[in-house]
Ligand binder design. Structure first.
Ligand SMILES: [Zn+2]
Length: 125
């Protein structure tokens, strides 16, 4: 998964890259400057919509409306969650507590938990 980051949150993006890369099945790295191929674009948007970010069709959008006031932990949490979607993992709507990175609440975790890892290894064998 080759990404091109247009946002100002490069530190959080690098963290998300590292934490998912450590699981070992998907090669994740930023687009080299001498290449014109990538399959994940990371952009910003600004809207009071209750979402820290969103993923669709090869694009993560980070919501500046909330990121502006997030600490480093919450920025890493949101970007790592959205990277999970980019890797084909869905939200855990059924969970009522912070037990997964793909739980729909920002700030529970900044790295994949056991449920996230199971989904990842189911998807990427
Ligand atoms: Zn989600």
């Amino acid at each position: 998964m080759i990404y091109l980051n247009y946002t100002r949150y490069g530190g959080a993006v690098s963290h998300a890259d590292s934490t998912w890369s450590s699981l070992g099945k998907v090669n994740i790295y930023p687009k080299p400057s001498n290449s014109s191929n990538w399959n994940l674009t990371i952009n910003e948007y600004n809207q009071n919509d209750g979402l820290c970010g969103k993923y669709a069709l090869g694009e993560i959008k980070l919501n500046v409306y909330y990121f502006a006031n997030y600490n480093d932990w919450n920025r890493k949490s949101c970007v790592s969650h959205e990277f999970g979607h980019a890797l084909g993992i869905g939200d855990h709507d059924e969970e009522y507590n912070c037990i997964a990175l793909l739980y729909k609440v920002v700030g529970c975790f900044i790295s994949p938990q056991s449920h996230d890892k199971k989904d990842y290894y189911d998807r990427w064998q």
